[in-house]
Design a protein around this ligand. Structure first.
Ligand code: SAM
Length: 268
């Protein structure tokens, strides 16, 4: 199953609407916010910094970047018109923040335009992450900062025992949502090959047990995908969703993903 984000320009609008809601739901999660703050805190933004977020979606990370001390201008680029429209609506009133259509593989900016380039859960969706990192390198000023944050999605787990059927659902969703679930494992090497120095890699554990939100959306999406590919029938898909909601209600839910960030610099 192809990654819907990788082919976002061809993804039906109804699905893009659904993904836009999931992106904002995830951004509102305090655990997600703490991981974001943690790695952004490792970037030493120079005064009047110009910052680019590549694959900005509905703009939640760009909104945070625009509010950071020292950041004078933030630009978010994405290929989805629908996401960009939502990003503009949600950021009205935030100064010096703009969104435009652009492709990570050929950034529409001159060389040495930015002090920092951020990829937040975007690089794993790109079929050519090498090209995107080369483009980030080109668009950065010397000494500029690269920050990449992604799920180590091969670790996504909701099973509470052997052969838990909810796990099959999560694996189906991850296969459909993420082009490269193993990207994190080769990220340091990719950054070094693109010319970046001093990569710092950190990992974070993300867990949902009481009041799950994001992981429930993943299970539901996986169950729908398994049903639409006829791996299971609609009754089984409904049963998987019901079981996930039951566990959430009774306090038996457990969902976990490891995330990682890499912060590195362009040589001076
Ligand atoms: C999982 S979303 C992350 C969005 C946002 N960074 C966030 O964390 O909320 C991945 C984003 O990458 C975008 N994307 C996919 N391929 C792209 C490309 N070639 N150039 C720019 N953006 C792309 C998608 O449209 C989507 O908004």
């Amino acid at each position: 199953m192809p990654d819907v984000y990788a082919a976002i320009a061809h993804t039906p609008l109804e699905m893009q609407e659904r993904l836009a809601k999931v992106l904002e739901l995830r951004a509102a999660d305090p655990q997600q916010g703490r991981m974001l703050d943690s790695y952004l805190g490792r970037i030493e933004f120079p005064p009047k910094a110009r910052v680019l977020e590549v694959g900005c979606g509905t703009g939640s990370v760009a909104r945070k970047l625009a509010r950071r001390p020292g950041v004078a201008e933030t630009i978010g680029i994405d290929l989805s018109e629908l996401f960009l429209e939502r990003a503009r609506e949600l950021s009205s009133g935030i100064a010096r923040l703009s969104f435009l259509k652009g492709d990570a593989r050929s950034l529409p900016f001159k060389d040495a335009s930015f002090d920092a380039v951020v990829f937040h859960t975007t690089l794993c969706h790109l079929p050519e992450p090498e090209t995107a990192l080369e483009q980030a390198f080109r668009a950065l000023k010397s000494g500029g900062w690269l920050a990449v944050f992604d799920g180590d999605y091969s670790t996504a787990s909701v099973g509470v025992g052997d052969f838990d059927p909810l796990q099959a659902s999560v694996q189906a969703a991850m296969a459909a949502l993420v082009h490269d679930r193993w990207l994190i494992r080769r990220l340091a090497k990719l950054a070094a090959c693109a010319g970046f120095l001093n990569p710092r890699l950190d990992t974070y554990g993300y867990v949902e047990s009481s009041e799950p939100g994001y992981m429930l959306t993943i299970i539901e999406r996986g169950a729908d995908l398994l049903a639409s590919s006829r791996s299971i029938g609609p009754e089984m898909a409904a049963a998987i969703k019901a079981e996930a909601r039951r566990r959430a209600k009774t306090g038996e839910f457990f969902g976990q993903i490891s995330y990682a960030s890499l912060v590195a610099r362009k040589p001076r």
